[in-house]
Write a protein that binds this ligand. Structure first.
Ligand code: ZN
Length: 308
């Protein structure tokens, strides 16, 4: 939650640590940082940049381009394509899932073309095509994010599915040939992540690497004065329609809240609100009260506790 420059340098630091240590946690933090803090720094039309994208309160743009963050933001965006594919043990490690293609020299006399087709982060379905310059054995590493409980992997439509848990790289070493296809499926569902420190007792709404927020101006007949005091009903959360106002095919979700002025735990939560992606420039709230913040249905933040 530092300034946009700090976000840009965090991503660069994660890239360097990933190259030195190879741990998937760096990629996990990287994707959360990019899809939320970094993209929230930019206006949806791409023209303006801001210093902070806070969890709460107004978001303000710079009034020009001659500041540190606008320049640094454009630089880090240009660097992102270099953080998708990495060399590892004379093979290929895929760190970020994004529609892309690349050509790498794995070792002397062996080049590899790789192509990814995916709508990530709308879903965790990724199709990877490999085209080595000649049939060769080498390892392929796929980062399985910590938010993913169980990923399914199939190669060339094999009926024997392989599975992998989140929090490590799934590695498959075999003799790859041109035309090989790897399908990776990482089921995504909405989850409520327990807040910490000043957000203790509240939850954030996440799906995959994406964080959702509340923009009071998008709600009908809504009094923003009660925003910090409403209780979210965890059982009411569901995905709603697509929304192009922040990015093409962006996601929204729907949640019901209890009005604090006539809260009745036995009664139904009856304020229905639409939550939008964190890059929404009108975001004013990210953490919400829940009636029972210790309930099993809430999850701990999967990126906390790795000594980083
Ligand atoms: Zn700056």
């Amino acid at each position: 939650m530092g300034e946009t420059c700090a976000t840009a340098y965090l991503v660069r630091w994660l890239d360097t640590m990933f190259q030195i240590e190879g741990e998937s946690i760096y990629g996990d933090i990287m994707e959360r940082t990019i899809y939320n803090g970094l993209f929230a720094a930019q206006s949806p039309d791409g023209r303006r940049l801001r210093y902070y994208a806070p969890f709460e309160g107004p978001r303000v743009y710079f009034d020009g381009d001659t500041y540190c963050c606008p320049c640094n933001f454009r630089r880090i965006i240009a660097e992102l394509p270099g953080m998708i594919y990495y060399h590892r043990n004379e093979g290929l490690a895929i760190n970020m899932y994004a529609r892309s293609s690349a050509t790498l020299n794995l070792k002397k006399g062996l080049s590899l073309e790789v192509h990814q087709a995916t709508d990530y982060p709308n879903s965790g379905n990724v199709v990877i095509h490999l085209k080595p310059s000649k049939p060769t054995r080498f390892p392929l590493y796929l980062r399985i994010p910590r938010w993913c409980e169980k990923a399914n992997i199939t190669i060339n439509g094999d009926t024997t599915k392989m599975t992998a848990g989140g929090g490590s790289f799934f590695m498959v070493s075999r003799k790859w040939k041109a035309g090989d296809e790897v399908r990776l499926q990482m089921p995504m569902s909405l989850r409520l992540v327990k807040g910490r420190k000043s957000q203790a007792g509240r939850v954030a709404v996440m799906r995959g690497p994406m964080l959702f927020c509340l923009n009071p101006e998008r709600q009908k007949d809504f009094d923003p004065e009660i925003m910090r005091l409403m209780w979210l009903d965890p059982s009411s959360l569901k995905l709603s329609g697509k929304d192009d106002s922040i990015r093409p095919n962006g996601l929204t979700c729907e949640a019901k809240f209890w009005n604090p002025n006539n809260y009745n735990a036995a009664g139904k939560a009856n304020i229905k609100l639409i939550l939008t992606e964190y890059a929404d420039p009108g975001c004013k709230a990210t953490y919400f009260l829940v009636p029972n913040p210790k309930a099993d249905a809430l999850t701990d933040d999967e990126l906390i506790g790795f000594g980083i």
